[in-house]
Design a protein around this ligand. Structure first.
Ligand code: SAM
Length: 311
């Protein structure tokens, strides 16, 4: 009997211990779990020296080509550690012809027979493409090389070529565009022909350039802006003046501005459209302001354009 009582007592004691343990276990487990996740999070976080921050590249970005690009920038843009040694301005065109067009000019034997009947002698349309900002900056910078990021039918490129020529400058204008426009752009440009889904933007742009007799000063590079800007960095092709007017969403503008600034010649100017227009809601102004703030640069305004002088 006594044994039975002892057993019962022992059993109750055990049960109390289990209940107490259970009571303690839940909140304790929560606290432990919380602590554990903090510790794991802390351990798995990159060290402050490897966190990407555009500011981390501040010192190196303005030095552009030939200078070391901050380690922290590499993951973000996946470009070469260094831009190539700067190509002299007078060799910029030939470098691109050699490295992008197998040494031939895309204007040779233009237009190809199968599209000639689809082109209009001249079809130029842009947005704010003749704004005062172009002449203001060309007068001030006297650029030998202009890089245009986003060209469409060439309205702004042709305007810049005309302004430069009127000012007696020998300026080469490199036009980066995939010449695809954007999905549905033909709703407003039905006259730009399409063959099997291939829109004739590149050819109509080239036809426009031929029409104004600017084939020696304007050269298209018909690929994505990101890959072309990286290629120009690799080749050491720098711009004295760079216009950014391609994708207007935040990510596109952010990528283009950062990549373009990398190949801006020290002392050069980078600028772009749609700081104030409705398109700025898509992200241009946000990207410009963030870029300027992180790199301690000043945004100036000229009409609907933003302008940033290199540091
Ligand atoms: C607003 S238009 C350029 C207008 C031109 N600057 C003007 O004022 O006449 C934008 C151009 O950027 C090009 N574009 C947009 N995103 C691009 C990308 N990721 N790569 C290459 N071109 C792109 C489009 O094909 C389009 O022709």
């Amino acid at each position: 009997m006594k044994e039975e009582q002892q057993h019962l007592h022992h059993h109750h004691h055990q049960q109390r211990k289990i209940i107490t343990a259970k009571k303690l276990t839940r909140p304790t487990a929560y606290v432990l779990l919380l602590l554990l996740s903090y510790v794991l999070g802390y351990l798995s976080a990159p060290s402050s020296s490897s966190v990407h921050s555009p500011t981390a590249g501040t010192a190196s970005i303005p030095t552009t080509a030939g200078a070391a690009v901050a380690e922290s920038d590499l993951g973000h843009f996946s470009v070469t550690r260094r831009c190539g040694d700067p190509v002299p301005s007078k060799l910029v065109r030939q470098t691109i012809l050699d490295r992008v067009f197998n040494g031939t000019s895309p204007f040779d034997s233009f237009p190809p027979q199968h599209v000639s009947h689809l082109l209009r002698p001249k079809r130029i349309k842009g947005w704010g493409s003749n704004g005062a900002v172009f002449e203001n900056l060309i007068r001030r910078v006297k650029p030998r090389t202009i890089i245009e990021v986003g060209t469409f039918l060439g309205a702004s490129a042709i305007h810049m070529a005309e302004v430069a020529s009127q000012l007696g400058l020998k300026t080469q204008i490199i036009c980066l565009d995939d010449f695809r426009g954007w999905p549905g752009f033909r709703d407003r440009f039905k006259d730009i022909a399409m063959i099997n889904g291939d829109v004739m933007l590149l050819y109509q742009f080239m036809q426009n350039v031929i029409h104004v007799n600017a084939t020696e000063s304007v050269l298209p590079v018909p690929f994505s802006t990101a890959s072309t800007l990286d290629k120009l960095c690799e080749l050491g092709v720098l711009g004295d003046l760079i216009e950014v007017d391609a994708g207007h969403d935040f990510n596109s503008a952010w990528s283009d501005i950062n990549r373009a600034y990398r190949i801006l010649r020290p002392g050069g100017v980078i600028f772009g459209h749609d700081y104030f227009t409705s398109a700025d809601n898509k992200g241009v102004r946000r990207a410009v302001n963030l870029f300027a703030r992180l790199n301690k640069l000043r945004v100036q305004l000229d009409g609907q354009h933003w302008v940033i002088d290199s540091a």
